[in-house]
Design a protein around this ligand. Structure first.
Ligand code: ATP
Ligand code: MN
Length: 535
């Protein structure tokens, strides 16, 4: 268990953390060392392109119902307690913390110091403590990496302790089940137990930043990807899971700022993270060359299977889960910005994967419509894989970030509205979902069309074309777009039965209206006027 001496972890900090022993600690191992250990320990195997492939076990996705925030003096009146921000008493946090430390006292530990936020003013130093090597590799890939010379002096702001094989006892520990993620804003500690899904780590850090930045620093935090064109024009892409943030931001003609979490302050858009966490289901080099080529030594691929008798990843297999993922440092994308800071956005894209096939592939939004859509945070999912069940299900997630925003959505929306207006940003809505009918009848929008639409919007190709407004949703749909068949731009044209389209559009409109009821009292006339018209 040799730890390079220059990286010896300061004892003082370990004692502060309450760990009983500093033996068996691997501090700041390089990716190469972590990968070697992970393979030796049987945590994973190498693919034929040299990526580390692991199974995350029982959990292959986040578990939002098991994400708690300690309710105490600091948080009682600041957090928007809801289905995602679930309170837990401090005594349970303390209990679990001590149990966890006992559990860890005779285990090997991987510790690394990382940070979040590319702009130094907001830098948050995080000490990540893991029970295994591959999870430390995830932290290396996804968070920002301090220079070696900084490590001796580094002052840690938050601790993230992730222990997949430690389980809570719901009968005594105040949790719902044996897995949990708990954020403690007073002690500045995050505890994750009972799950090895690494996305819990990144989204826990995202959640604390979604509190700290707007609440303490006046910075808008956003669930979005971002990239920059040759003229320094920044584009940001909001959207719920699976709508295309990561895919569409990896654009060979633009520099990548980041794929998932950003801040918008007075003069920039900046990444919180140091890496990407991309979906790999059906990944193909022709469609997503940048992501495909990132599957190489250093990348951590989760829950994929190999083609039989090989170490070639079968990206089409959903055998373990549909949510197969890869994490890699930003530098694996050939044209990543460094540092990941861009100008204030010129274009904002609200991405939705509308499985009802109602929303247009591209539309331009007025400021009122932009606010309405931002607050609504709409996408649709295809429900279950049960036989015969293929009804889409609407998802409304405020600010496209419901599970990750500890404050009331109105606080983010207000900042979003001010910034959008002050900077006269173009706001577009993009449906990366279904065309020609709902899921089961229509087809998912071709990725090449969506890419062409985004390029056109960014390069002014939609500035001087004719538009028509959508009869229910009101947004303006261009009648032509380079690289896209004109007949698909108005979704009604793609449906066989136009009457059914009209009917279904109204049905979806009603769902928006119903969802918006809870925000209506806080919205001004301009926003309310952007509601769908259903009669
Ligand atoms: P998460 O928040 O979970 O990371 P995300 O918004 O980053 O989600 P992506 O990882 O970009 O979502 O996933 C979009 C998926 O949809 C990819 O697998 C992509 O290949 C697929 N896809 C199919 N058609 C399109 C399209 N027209 N536009 C964008 N993505 C598409
Ligand atoms: Mn993503």
């Amino acid at each position: 268990m040799s730890v390079p001496t220059m990286f010896a972890i300061p004892q003082k900090l370990l004692i502060n953390l309450g760990l009983k022993s500093a033996e068996n600690i691997f501090y700041h191992l390089s990716p190469e060392e972590l990968i070697k250990q992970a393979v030796e320990k049987g945590e994973g195997v190498l693919s034929d392109t040299g990526a580390l492939v692991v199974d995350t076990g029982e959990f292959t996705g986040r578990s939002p119902k098991d994400r708690f925030i300690v309710k105490d003096e600091l948080t009682a009146s600041t957090i928007d307690w809801n289905d995602f921000n679930i309170p837990i008493e401090e005594k349970y946090f303390d209990l679990l913390y001590h149990k966890m430390m006992d559990y860890l006292s005779d285990k090997k530990l991987w510790i690394r110091d990382c940070y979040a936020c590319a702009v130094p003013d907001y830098r948050l130093n995080i000490r990540v403590i893991n029970e295994n090597a591959c999870c430390s590799l995830f932290a290396y890939n996804m968070f920002l990496r301090p220079e070696e010379k900084e490590l001796k002096e580094i002052e840690i702001d938050w601790h993230l302790i992730q222990v997949p094989h430690f389980f809570a006892d719901p009968a005594t520990d105040g949790t719902r089940q044996k897995n949990f993620a708990i954020l403690n804003f007073t002690k500045k500690i995050i505890l994750i137990g009972g799950t090895q899904y690494t996305g819990e780590m990144k989204k826990a850090i995202f959640s604390i930043l979604n509190f700290i930045l707007p609440h303490d620093k006046g910075v808008l935090s956003m669930h979005c990807s971002a990239n920059v064109g040759k003229n320094g024009d920044t584009a940001v892409f909001f959207g719920l899971s699976g709508t295309g943030k990561t895919t569409l931001s990896a654009d060979p003609n633009r520099k990548l700022i980041g794929d998932d979490e950003h801040g918008w302050n007075n003069n920039s858009v900046f990444n919180f993270e140091g890496g990407c966490y991309a979906k790999t289901i059906d990944l193909r080099i022709e469609n997503e060359p940048e992501i495909f080529k990132a599957i190489r030594p250093g990348a951590l691929v989760e829950n994929v299977t190999f083609l039989e008798g090989t170490h070639t990843i079968d990206f089409s297999s959903k055998k373990i889960t549909e949510n197969t993922r890869v994490s890699y440092p930003l530098s694996f994308i050939s044209n990543a910005m460094h540092p990941s800071i861009g100008n204030i956005p010129k274009n904002i894209f609200l991405l939705t994967a509308d499985a009802y096939g109602i929303l247009p592939p591209v539309s331009k939004l007025s400021p009122g419509q932009a606010m309405y859509q931002f607050i609504s945070g709409y996408t649709a999912r295809v429900a279950g894989t049960e036989e015969g069940v293929n009804e889409p299900k609407p998802v409304f997630s405020a600010c496209f970030a419901g599970p990750f925003i500890p404050l009331h959505p109105a606080q983010y929306a207000k900042m979003f509205g001010q910034k959008m207006k002050e900077n006269q940003v173009n706001v577009w809505m993009i449906n990366t979902g279904w065309s020609g009918g709902p899921y089961g009848i229509g087809k998912r929008m071709k990725l090449s069309y969506t890419r062409a639409i985004i390029t056109a919007a960014l390069e002014g190709g939609l500035d001087n074309v004719e538009y028509e407004s959508h009869p229910v949703f009101g947004m303006m749909m261009p009648k032509e777009c380079l690289g896209v068949p004109a007949e698909i731009l108005n979704p009604r044209n793609t449906w066989k039965d136009k009457n059914t389209y009209d009917e279904k559009a109204k049905e979806l409109g009603l769902k928006f209206i119903k969802n918006f009821e809870k925000f209506a009292h806080q919205a001004d006339a301009e926003i309310l006027a952007a509601a769908p018209v259903v009669n």
